[in-house]
Design a protein around this ligand. Structure first.
Ligand SMILES: [Fe+2]
Ligand SMILES: [Fe+2]
Length: 372
């Protein structure tokens, strides 16, 4: 398998940053159309037929396809939607688990010094509204990307499998939208960094870049974030919802790992380097997305000051790091850390996540996350 000749692919402008920790540069990227109800991405790519209906030729993809057919669930009937959710009570209970404010850091002399329990409770609720909103937008991104893969990937087994993922992602959009509408207290527009990343993935016309951006980076991060939230929440409906979604997501990440292993085996060092750079830019955008700048804006708190305080919190640092707990091992499995040179390894070291490389990769995790 050889790569196609890359064509110019454009993409959103990354922050103009001198170094990857430059908070000013990160915050300078503003949401371009926060009130829009539609967003169009100008894409140019080849749609591929294959006349070789070789189902089972790629046996591991075929096995995933067979698993996916029997693992479908119904968003309306397989979840206990009748569960009463008192958002404030849930946020308060979760804070109990995490410490006084869910943020173990000295706030003396900061904007938070005068914050009451009520302020922190409001922050907790807004934070949850924001988080679930971003999950929802990410799921729509996955829906579009997977539909795209059906069209562009040249392998029969991959087209069949990807079609099941389209249905999975529709279900995920459905459950997050319903949970936000029925159980929480507000929506947020797509975060700038997430929106730019989704645009970049869609604009690139090389079929494997859709996989790398969505299946490996966005879904790898989602799987880690869902797992963190699943373990942390005391709310039974959300716990069940996340468990069902995770059982699908693990399959999706495995689909990416299995497909790209084969694809990357045929790439030159220069072509691999383009994948490494793409992966790192995606990693930065996802890290920056979780700064939740829109929450601070909505609460009327100076964003930079809030972030300077919040990012000192050990819990926060651990959460930010663990978001990469699937991405780094999967990049390693794909050879992106070590093949050719150590460029991506060095970048992951720079943002403090390289020691996650020894965690289990997600090539087979879908087995353990299957729903009986
Ligand atoms: Fe999903
Ligand atoms: Fe997914």
């Amino acid at each position: 398998m050889t790569a196609e000749t890359p064509r110019p692919s454009g993409g959103g402008a990354p922050p103009d940053r001198q170094d990857v920790h430059d908070l000013e540069a990160i915050l300078a990227v503003a949401n371009r159309d926060a009130d829009a109800v539609e967003h169009t991405v100008d894409c140019h790519f080849d749609v591929r037929f294959t006349w070789v209906y070789d189902k089972g030729n790629r046996s591991r993809l075929e096995r995933l396809y067979e698993k996916a057919k029997t693992a479908q669930w119904n968003a309306q009937t397989d979840l206990p939607w009748e569960t009463e959710v008192d958002q404030e009570a849930v946020v308060a209970a979760n804070r109990e688990l995490l410490g006084a404010r869910g943020l173990d850091v000295d706030v003396t002399g900061t904007v938070f010094e005068r914050w009451s329990d009520t302020d922190w409770l409001r922050f907790g609720c807004e934070s949850q509204n924001w988080m679930l909103s971003q999950f929802l937008h990410g799921e729509q991104g996955a829906l579009l990307c997977t539909a795209r893969i059906v069209e562009t990937v040249p392998w029969a087994d991959a087209k069949l499998y990807a079609s099941t993922q389209v249905m999975d992602e529709a279900r995920h959009v459905e459950v997050f939208a319903k949970y936000l509408d029925d159980k929480l207290s507000g929506h947020y527009p797509v975060n700038t960094h997430l929106g730019l990343l989704l645009d970049d993935i869609l604009v690139d016309n090389r079929w494997d870049m859709t996989y790398l951006g969505m299946q490996i980076m966005v879904e790898g991060l989602a799987l880690a974030a869902f797992g963190f939230l699943h373990d942390a929440t005391t709310e039974p409906l959300l716990k069940r919802l996340l468990r069902l979604v995770m059982s699908d997501e693990a399959r999706h990440v495995a689909f990416g790992v299995l497909s790209l292993q084969e694809m990357y085996a045929g790439l030159s060092a220069a072509e691999l380097m383009e994948r490494k750079e793409f992966a790192f830019e995606a990693a930065l955008r996802m890290r920056d997305r979780f700064l939740q700048q829109e929450v601070w804006e909505r609460l009327g708190v100076p964003v930079k000051e809030a972030l300077t305080v919040v990012t000192r919190s050990p819990e926060r640092q651990l959460f930010q790091k663990m978001l990469f707990s699937k991405i780094v091992p999967n990049c390693k499995k794909l050879g992106l850390l070590d093949n050719g040179d150590s460029w991506l390894r060095d970048r992951f070291r720079e943002i403090g996540v390289i020691d996650l490389e020894h965690l289990a990769d997600t090539g087979e995790e879908f087995e353990s996350l299957q729903i009986a």
